[in-house]
Design a protein around this ligand. Structure first.
Ligand SMILES: *[C@@H]1O[C@H](CO)[C@@H](O)[C@H](O)[C@H]1NC(C)=O
Ligand SMILES: *[C@@H]1O[C@H](CO)[C@@H](O)[C@H](O)[C@H]1NC(C)=O
Ligand SMILES: *[C@@H]1O[C@H](CO)[C@@H](O)[C@H](O)[C@H]1NC(C)=O
Ligand SMILES: *[C@@H]1O[C@H](CO)[C@@H](O)[C@H](O)[C@H]1NC(C)=O
Ligand SMILES: *[C@@H]1O[C@H](CO)[C@@H](O)[C@H](O)[C@H]1NC(C)=O
Ligand SMILES: *[C@@H]1O[C@H](CO)[C@@H](O)[C@H](O)[C@H]1NC(C)=O
Ligand SMILES: *[C@@H]1O[C@H](CO)[C@@H](O)[C@H](O)[C@H]1NC(C)=O
Ligand SMILES: *[C@@H]1O[C@H](CO)[C@@H](O)[C@H](O)[C@H]1NC(C)=O
Ligand SMILES: *[C@@H]1O[C@H](CO)[C@@H](O)[C@H](O)[C@H]1NC(C)=O
Length: 307
């Protein structure tokens, strides 16, 4: 009974530790804000429709390894013509930003070796490519900071991300696209053509693989991490407890069996003893009477007295 309950608890714990991607931290959102500011700074007297890669000297030293770019477009032009090649991104026709702005800036992010710090994966998952992001902002004030993102919707073809240099997944493992939206949720989709992910909206993208064969990524600070590790601890404690209860129950069973066997032996001996006495019933006339094996006086019928 108690064992059943524990097994149920164990199953529940296992179910709760199942999600593939940890919840994103608010750190990712504040990084977006920082990168928006720096990307906008790269737009000095910008030409519409020209990609401005921020140079490494334009980024703070604590973000070495991150690459950003900015591209200013007219909303109408983006909707009618798209933008076939914005670094790894392909913006198709029919992409709409809301609320309407005359011009917008698409900020490109390549998080490089910071990917796992801002978008941590579960231990069994590994990035095969850096996290790339694309976010849309109002372009009316290029010195504005803490701008809200616009809502982007690809009404026709999806926005495509063609990753350069995707690491090969280990033999037998299947690579998956992972899409992080700005609300903190994420999902997996199929990789097409070996290096391409598709999405109907803006956000952050990468290619991952599930594998226990690869070394786990370095520990990352995530608000959800404590929960996952406490779940793991829960599973371990649960298993140990279940094991202990099982052992105790097993030893009880063994003890009971031993006792049962002993009882049976005693009963048999008693029965044998009983039977032994019953065997010495002697027939006297048509009356049965118990008789001892050795008797000094044989039982006699009373009417057979000597005259
Ligand atoms: C901008 O950076 C991307 C990679 O992040 C690179 O592919 C592209 O060639 C660069 N463009 C320019 C104009 O430097
Ligand atoms: C980088 O350092 C600056 C201060 O020099 C700080 O304001 C900023 O938050 C830091 N950024 C990150 C991503 O750590
Ligand atoms: C990424 O690499 C740069 C050097 O290329 C280093 O300064 C930085 O600390 C690294 N970031 C992480 C999170 O490892
Ligand atoms: C875009 O920015 C300009 C200048 O800051 C502002 O007047 C306008 O209302 C903004 N548009 C939207 C849709 O936020
Ligand atoms: C643009 O944004 C900056 C920083 O928020 C602000 O100081 C400035 O007044 C804004 N300009 C316009 C035209 O809204
Ligand atoms: C995006 O556009 C499509 C087609 O116009 C529409 O069905 C869908 O609801 C839109 N999605 C969002 C999030 O606005
Ligand atoms: C998850 O995938 C669906 C279908 O491809 C897509 O509509 C949705 O926006 C995706 N969600 C996220 C968080 O990327
Ligand atoms: C993704 O790939 C799997 C296996 O290759 C396939 O069964 C599934 O239908 C694909 N999903 C989509 C949405 O294409
Ligand atoms: C990782 O993989 C191992 C072996 O496949 C599995 O036992 C373990 O439960 C997995 N861990 C997570 C967190 O999925």
């Amino acid at each position: 009974m108690r064992l059943h309950l524990l097994l149920l608890l164990l199953l529940l714990l296992l179910c709760f530790s199942a999600p593939h991607v940890r919840a994103q931290s608010s750190q990712a959102r504040s990084l977006d804000a920082i990168l928006q500011e720096y990307a906008f700074k790269a737009l000095v007297k910008p030409k519409t429709g020209t990609i401005y890669n921020a140079t490494t000297t334009q980024l703070p030293s604590n973000l070495t390894g991150v690459k950003i770019a900015a591209l200013r477009l007219r909303s109408g032009s983006m909707r009618r013509r798209g933008f076939p090649s914005y670094n790894e991104f392909e913006i198709p026709k029919g992409v709409i930003a809301k609320p309407y702005v005359k011009r917008l800036v698409l900020v490109y992010q390549n998080l490089g070796n910071w990917s796992n710090s801002y978008y941590p994966l579960l231990p069994n998952y590994t990035y095969l490519a850096p996290v790339l992001g694309i976010l849309a902002y109002n372009a009316s004030n290029l010195s504005a900071t803490n701008l809200p993102t616009l809502d982007v919707n690809a009404s026709g073809d999806p926005i495509k991300v063609k990753f350069h240099h995707v690491k090969l997944p280990p033999l037998g493992a299947v690579a998956k696209c992972v899409c992080f939206d700005l609300q903190g949720s994420s999902n997996f989709t199929n990789v097409t053509g070996g290096n391409t992910c598709s999405s109907s909206s803006q956000g952050h993208f990468s290619i991952v693989v599930e594998s226990s064969a690869l070394p786990p990524p370095p520990p990352a600070v995530a608000p959800n991490e404590n929960k996952t590790s406490s779940n793991k601890a829960g599973v371990i404690v649960g298993s140990v407890l279940a094991g202990l209860v099982f052992l105790v129950l097993l030893s009880f069973l063994v003890l009971w069996l031993l006792k049962y066997k002993q009882n049976k032996k005693i009963q048999q001996m008693e029965r044998a003893a009983d039977a032994g006495e019953a065997l010495h019933m002697a027939s006297v006339g048509d009356i049965k009477a118990p008789a001892a094996t050795v008797t000094r006086t044989q039982p006699t019928l009373e009417h057979e007295y000597a005259p």
